[in-house]
Design a binder for this molecule. Structure first.
Ligand SMILES: Cc1cc2nc3c(=O)[nH]c(=O)nc-3n(C[C@H](O)[C@H](O)[C@H](O)COP(=O)(O)O)c2cc1C
Length: 250
């Protein structure tokens, strides 16, 4: 499909046909993932392909047993990876401790996310549905263990892929002017916020959520029910420990 049309029609798919992704489609997705822009052309990422049900079931609890983590025919886990480049340096008598820092993690994180989104666009252009599993960022330590990730490798994105067994509505998005600034950042007045969030706050999905949660607005649903300070701070500690263990932080 045309690239712009593929992107315009993006929606997360959470129900999949049982059939496996074809070898040709899998290869096309992985090749697209590995052909994006990358820091210094070092390709500071690795992709772990999970198709084995047993492996999926081992990881599922850490994905809070989300159905996509169990039923998708293929899951790709994108890792920020300086291990391979460090190994190359070691084999070529080059310095191997230059990248044991947060700055290098930031590069590898960026490379991994670019690869992940390239995989998504390629998959959707082939008619394959997908859903990101943000749970990878909550239980980083557990995934490091199950996926046997060495030092200098951290999982940063996890995406379930499969042929769609549903066609959900496109989700509402903020207007472009809410997201784009020209030349310098223009901070938002209260009136800007009211205007820019008006459609989202009046979207039928939001009204339904307000009813279900018995709360007055979307901001309170997100901060009180979905992404809660206490949980965020707990997962932050897990992440900091993982960054230290994997040698990206001292
Ligand atoms: C980093 C990231 C993590 C996500 N994690 C989850 C998840 O764990 N479970 C889920 O159902 N959807 C997850 N999503 C999908 C979002 O809910 C979805 O992209 C968003 O609601 C917009 O809807 P759309 O993708 O259909 O446009 C995640 C998306 C991103 C980018």
């Amino acid at each position: 499909m045309d690239v712009l049309e593929t992107i315009r029609l993006h929606r997360s798919i959470r129900k999949y046909e049982k059939r496996a992704i074809t070898v040709a489609h899998k290869e096309a997705i992985l090749r697209a993932a590995c052909n994006g822009s990358t820091t210094g052309n070092m390709q500071l990422y690795s992709i772990i392909v999970t198709e084995d049900k047993e492996m999926m079931l081992r990881m599922a609890p850490y994905h809070f047993n989300q159905s996509m983590a169990i039923n998708a025919p293929m899951i790709l886990t994108f890792c920020a990876d300086f291990n391979r480049f460090n190994r190359y340096c070691a084999c070529r008598d080059a310095q191997t401790d230059a990248y044991n820092n947060l700055q290098s993690y930031h590069w590898a994180f960026t490379d991994a996310i670019i690869a992940a989104q390239n995989a998504c666009v390629a998959a959707e252009s082939l008619g394959i549905g997908l859903c990101w599993l943000g749970t990878i960022t909550f239980n980083v330590d557990k995934f490091i263990e199950v996926l046997q990730l060495p030092e200098n490798v951290i999982p940063v994105a996890c995406i379930a892929f499969g042929y769609p067994a549903e066609t959900p509505e496109l989700t509402d998005k903020l207007p472009l002017e809410a997201l784009v600034h020209h030349e310098t950042y223009h901070n938002y007045s209260d009136a800007d916020i009211d205007r820019l969030y008006y459609d989202k706050e009046h979207h039928p999905n939001t009204l339904q959520l307000l009813k279900e949660n018995n709360l007055p607005n979307l901001a309170q649903i997100i901060t009180q029910r979905r992404y809660i300070k206490k949980d965020n701070e707990a997962y932050e500690q897990v992440l900091i420990q993982a960054l230290k263990k994997q040698c990206f932080m001292h």
